[in-house]
Design a protein around this ligand. Sequence first.
Ligand code: ADP
Length: 264
Amino acid sequence: MIILKLGGSIITDKAAKEPTVNHNHLNRIAREIKNSNTSDLIIVHGAGSYGHPFAREYSIGKPFSSDEDFQKKRMGFTITQSWVKKLNSIVCDALREQGVPAISIQPSSFITTENKRINKADISMVDSYLKKGFIPVIYGDVVLDEDPSIQMAVVSGDQIISYLAKNLLPERVILGTDVDGVFNKNPKLNKDSRIIETLSSLQELDSVDATTTVDVTGGMIGKLEELLKLAQLGIESEIINAGCNNLIEEALKGKKVPGTVIKK
Ligand code: ADP
């Protein structure tokens, strides 16, 4: 089994003020997934500009201060859920148009968190779909949180990847994003950054700061924290550039492609 993540940075314009899909990337990637002929596959995608602006506006995951604040957050939760669901429909449609049997799985309907970490998720349904040859498509979403002071949280595609990988033990975990892998510093801001081919700790980065200003779930650092925890369990993952033609396809076909491997 392979778990493939499509980053919000690649399937949406993450810096856009309005939810904006990058149809060129999405349609090309859908074609690459089809061409790779992968059957035992789970796709997880990020929310990008369909999620972060709303989760930020309504401070989902932050403690609420009054009943009025709670009611506002609850409405913000429904708004965020609705937008990320729209993005998921667009992703599933793009896959289906290529003949990929994509089936949408909505996190807010079966996952809960406790202090923002997944504590309950019955993934037997994911398994049942996989067994029949469907390709489950799961995504970053808002979920109910069991911590009474927050009650609602954002669960990132990266946290979902990590949870699924821990429980399903895939052969390969591939994360497609908009840069060539992990660098010693943000490659978008530093021309002299260099790629790290194998990463086992955050200490290998020069600085650990907030990565993108738009990401409410931690950007590259949040992603690495999830993947390093997985690595500790002996599950390797790799971050590759989904913006480069054919890399996803080659990776799905089992080839070694340029990027960063996260391992123990
Ligand atoms: P995605 O939405 O694809 O999951 P993120 O936006 O969360 O990805 O993370 C990718 C972004 O992280 C890149 O666009 C890059 O600007 C930023 N970034 C920050 N620091 C680094 C780093 N050290 N190496 C690679 N990318 C970094």
